[in-house]
Design a protein around this ligand. Structure first.
Ligand SMILES: Nc1ncnc2c1ncn2[C@@H]1O[C@H](COP(=O)(O)OP(=O)(O)OP(=O)(O)O)[C@@H](O)[C@H]1O
Length: 765
């Protein structure tokens, strides 16, 4: 087991906590704090109801193990007495009680008593106090969780608690009164509240260790003791009767002599968390004032304790207890229990253990709500995902150090989204920077159109004029923007690139112009915009055709005034920035259709450079191929000497629609795939091989005689068929040969003859 952190009987294994906050949500006294990302029990608020143990799917909450301490007691010289709690027949129902006695004796206990005897000891005290008719309601104190609830959270009801010990403490005191203080008592039940109870000063010393039924089972297992196979041994205490039904609903009334058909408001009995909390709240508020209230926190009474071993329903457990009542159980009381002790005291006191946490002021709550992006009532979703019923309760818990702002799911999701967007932006910038580092700003191309572009860059570069770069995707718009910046007098200052398509309208506005803290959801601090970051340099607005009319108006204002206004601020800031914009959209159509402002268009369209698509500069293809080959080799740290003639020729057979990045990517892929220092046809996508073959076929048909033409066509048909079979068998040569109905070796030979690489067809079926 990983490190449980013990501060009380329930501990947390921090490593297992997955931050679902089920324990925070379900803890009736909000005794769970989230510290450094793990939900832990705050002992001084905990009432030991065990709810957190039940709801934690990761078993991150564990009960303090009493096995070690019990083993230590058993190894000592003193006699050790085991007491089986009143609910045991509902948990060990398939074992004869007398066999359980033998099993416990095998473990090393000297005597085994029934906890029921404790009930019968306290019953007369309860009867007397209840019949006294006090002028305030009496609240039962036999459930340790209820005592803790009152001591830690409702101290105004301390005086109402019946000042009598629980059956567990009563029998502990009884045993010690008869056997001497040195005797040790181990109490076994499904109640983990008992583990808390024994540490309380006013009952200390009665019980030396509290085991749960699960722990007892583990001890039996470790010793290979199977109670079913054992002989029967009688209990050593005094025979019991009425106390046997104490653990179920109605049991205490029966024992305390209260007869109530449910209609007498003077006597109230409840079991279960919800009813217990309700009745305590009503009593604390003075809404009800019965004569006696019997409260037990667990569902169904003591048979519903969290330290249980089986999953029977409360009803079937109730039945088992009722049947046990009538069962004849063997007793052979030890002689020391037959004499009445003189000093058996069953009274106890209660203490105020409330730790008042400071309540935050309204301002402090608002501040915390703002931190989690709640600026008005609509923002307070009260979704409960943090474990608190309302956002305000969560804010109070944050103030009191019990909770963390990150527990708010909508806030955390927003933060993540913001971080993702900002990381994407950073990644984009870093990638572009990397690309620049490798690509430089060299614009390659000896064709007339590229030369024309270079000439324009040279002319406009050194001027302050705004430039609009137009062209299809991947035709070098950004490259051109960099070249203009480098040819300008601002080359030493930053060039800031903004991809207008990746950001939402409001984010783009704040990215460009910055924002003030609190100006919108997520603006947790002041932020400088990209315009300020580009001060003295150039800002490149890529895909300007994608910005909304609102931002177009803002941009126009900046271009006209040279001033920016951060979102949420009423002050303007002067910026000296040159604007270069790019688009692959027909902005004129945008003006006609109303999605692009005409005035902005004319403001940015002072000087336009239109980039030709690759198909219009095929004269520069080989030059670009060499350039990209060098870049890729450098980037991938590979030595590539050349691209062979077949591959080079195949590249010219493609129609290259427009995007230069397509060529660049194909070359980079080939460099990755190349096993040696040469790029061959096999390293190009399959289509290039086919194009080359078609092209060569056409050329051959023109240049050769009939016989050669026939051979060429036959070869082409053979190649097409081989490719067909390879495709059908996803590149698996044996399967392709089978499909073609020829031997595998022959298929291989044909592939070799046709220079076809079977690997290229893998998974391309
Ligand atoms: N003439 C050229 N010489 C060298 N490299 C070029 C040339 N044109 C484009 N490239 C390269 O092609 C790739 C795409 O260019 P760039 O990113 O500038 O195009 P773009 O038009 O801005 O693309 P998009 O429309 O997708 O934003 C880059 O790696 C760039 O270096």
């Amino acid at each position: 087991m990983q490190n449980p952190k013990w501060s009380g009987p329930i501990a947390t294994i921090r490593e297992r906590c997955r931050k679902c906050y089920a324990c925070v949500r379900n803890c009736p006294t909000k005794a769970i704090g989230v510290f450094q990302d793990a939900a832990e029990v705050i002992h001084h608020r905990c009432i030991g109801c065990g709810k957190c143990l039940q709801v934690c799917s990761q078993n991150a909450k564990v009960i303090a193990d009493a096995i070690k301490e019990t083993e230590k007691i058993l190894q000592g010289k003193q006699p050790v007495v085991a007491v089986l709690g009143c609910s045991f027949p509902a948990f060990f129902y398939d074992v004869d009680p007398a066999q359980m006695v033998t099993a416990l004796r095998r473990i090393g206990f000297d005597e085994v008593l029934e906890g029921t005897a404790g009930v019968e000891m306290i019953a007369p005290e309860y009867r007397e106090l209840i019949n006294k008719k006090n002028d305030f309601p009496l609240i039962s104190s036999h459930c340790p969780t209820v005592v803790d609830l009152i001591e830690r959270h409702h101290p105004s009801l301390l005086k109402n608690l019946v000042p009598v010990v629980s059956p567990m403490v009563a029998i502990g005191r009884f045993i010690k009164a008869h056997r001497g203080k040195e005797a040790k008592v181990v109490y076994i039940s499904s109640c983990i509240g008992g583990k808390f109870e024994v540490t309380s000063e006013s009952v200390q010393g009665a019980i030396d260790s509290v085991l749960t039924y699960s722990e007892l089972n583990r001890m039996l297992k470790e010793r290979n003791i199977d109670p079913h196979r054992l002989a029967k041994t009688p209990f050593s205490g005094l025979p019991t009767s009425t106390g046997r039904t104490f653990s179920i609903f109605g049991g205490p009334f029966n024992n305390f002599g209260i007869v109530n058909n449910g209609l007498d408001p003077n006597f109230v009995a409840t079991v279960g968390e919800e009813a217990s909390l309700e009745v305590i709240h009503d009593l604390a508020a003075g809404r009800i004032s019965p004569q006696y209230v019997d409260v037990r926190f667990c569902n169904g009474g003591c048979i519903g304790g969290p330290g249980r071993t089986n999953r029977l329903t409360s009803f079937s457990k109730r039945n088992l207890i009722i049947n046990y009542r009538k069962q004849s159980i063997p007793y052979k009381p030890s002689p020391h229990y037959l004499k009445a002790p003189e000093d058996l005291k069953l009274d106890r006191t209660f203490n105020n253990r409330q730790h008042q946490l400071e309540r935050p002021s309204g301002d402090a709550i608002r501040r915390i709500l703002n931190e989690t992006e709640k600026f008005n009532e609509q923002d307070e979703l009260n979704c409960g995902s943090c474990g608190y019923a309302t956002c305000r309760e969560h804010a109070v818990a944050v103030y009191q150090g019990l909770a963390d702002t990150r527990m708010c799911l909508p806030f955390s999701m927003n933060q993540l989204e913001e971080d993702r967007t900002s990381l994407e932006q950073k990644y984009d910038l870093a990638k572009r920077a990397l690309d620049q580092e490798y690509a430089g700003t060299t614009i390659i191309g000896n064709d007339t159109r590229t030369q024309g572009v270079l000439h324009m860059i040279k002319q406009v570069g050194p001027t302050p004029t705004s430039v609009l770069i137009r062209g299809e995707s991947g035709t070098g718009k950004e490259l051109t923007a960099r070249a203009i910046h480098e040819a300008s007098l601002r080359a030493e200052k930053p060039l800031v690139t903004v991809n207008c398509t990746t950001l939402t309208d409001s984010l783009l506005e704040s990215e460009l112009f910055g924002h003030k803290k609190g100006s919108f959801t997520g603006a947790v601090k002041d932020k400088k915009g990209l315009f300020e970051a580009a001060a003295g340099g150039t800002i490149f607005l890529d895909e300007i055709g994608d910005i909304t009319p609102k931002l177009q108006a803002e941009l126009l204002r900046v271009l006209d005034s040279g001033e920016i206004k951060p979102v949420g601020s009423n002050k303007t800031i002067n910026v000296d920035v040159r604007i270069i914009a790019a688009t692959n959209k027909a902005l004129e159509e945008g003006i006609a259709q109303g999605w692009f402002r005409e005035d902005l268009f004319y403001r940015i369209n002072v000087f336009t450079i239109t980039l030709p698509p690759l198909r219009s500069r095929l004269n520069s293809l080989q030059q670009l191929v060499d350039h990209f080959l060098n870049l890729a080799a450098r980037r991938l740290n590979k030595t590539i000497h050349k691209i062979d003639d077949n591959a080079r020729q195949a590249l010219t057979c493609y129609h290259w629609p427009g995007n230069i990045r397509e060529l660049q990517n194909i070359i980079e892929r080939a460099v990755v795939l190349s096993p040696d220092q040469v790029i061959r046809l096999e390293q190009l996508p399959v289509v290039f091989g086919e194009l080359l073959r078609k092209n060569q076929g056409a050329t051959s048909a023109r240049d050769t005689g009939l016989r050669q033409q026939r051979d060429l066509q036959a070869g082409k048909i053979e190649a097409d068929l081989l490719i067909h079979f390879l495709r059908e068998s996803a590149g698996n040569v044996s399967a392709a040969a089978r499909l073609a109905n020829i031997p595998r070796r022959t298929f291989y030979r044909m592939l070799e003859r046709q220079k076809i690489d079977s690997k290229a067809y893998r998974d391309k079926k």
